[in-house]
Write a protein of this length. Structure first.
Length: 174
């Protein structure tokens, strides 16, 4: 396994649409493993292939709570698609490994059902609510070139991006 580079806003790769994966083979499984290692190293909850510069419809997610003593439970999703969502929406504070150290309140569906191919290429479905539902929607958005900051008002987005720029300028001085 290898840790991959995480691309950050405003890298153009983050705004492109990903293509479907024809089959889950050894190359795709290696990418899934590398993405999972990268996500864990960055203390993330989810990671989509475009965030590591690969325009394929691939996502890894793990919403386990280490502080609660939960064991890791990674989800490998190839070609994920939301096939159902609740009417109800919830507001949740989101962050993103591609928009480091920034957070904003985002409206998402409270519950979703997602169909995908698993690590072995088998068709699976998962019904989710809470953090998993939010993470699924957030990561699937990445596959369509959408970032969580695209879901907030222009004013909030400008303020958040200004903070990100200041953060980067501070890092450049060190």
């Amino acid at each position: 396994m290898a840790k991959l580079k995480i691309y950050e806003y405003p890298d153009p790769v983050l705004k492109q649409k990903s293509t479907a994966v024809a089959e889950v083979n050894a190359e795709i499984r290696k990418l899934l493993d590398d993405m999972l290692e990268t996500m864990y190293a960055a203390a993330g909850v989810g990671l989509a292939a475009p965030q590591v510069g690969v325009l394929k419809r691939i996502v890894v997610i793990d919403t386990h709570d280490e502080e609660e003593g939960e064991k890791p439970r990674p989800l490998f999703l190839v070609n994920p698609e939301i096939i159902w969502h609740s009417e109800e929406q919830i507001c949740h504070e989101e962050g993103c490994l591609s928009v480091p150290e920034q957070h904003a309140e985002v409206m998402r569906f409270a519950e979703v059902k997602v169909r995908y191919l698993d690590y072995h290429g088998k068709v699976q479905e998962v019904e989710a609510d809470g953090l998993l539902a939010i993470a699924l929607q957030h990561e699937i958005d990445h596959l369509d070139g959408i970032l969580y900051i695209d879901h907030i008002s222009r004013l909030k987005r400008q303020m958040l991006l200004k903070k990100l720029q200041k953060l980067r300028m501070g890092e450049a001085k060190e």
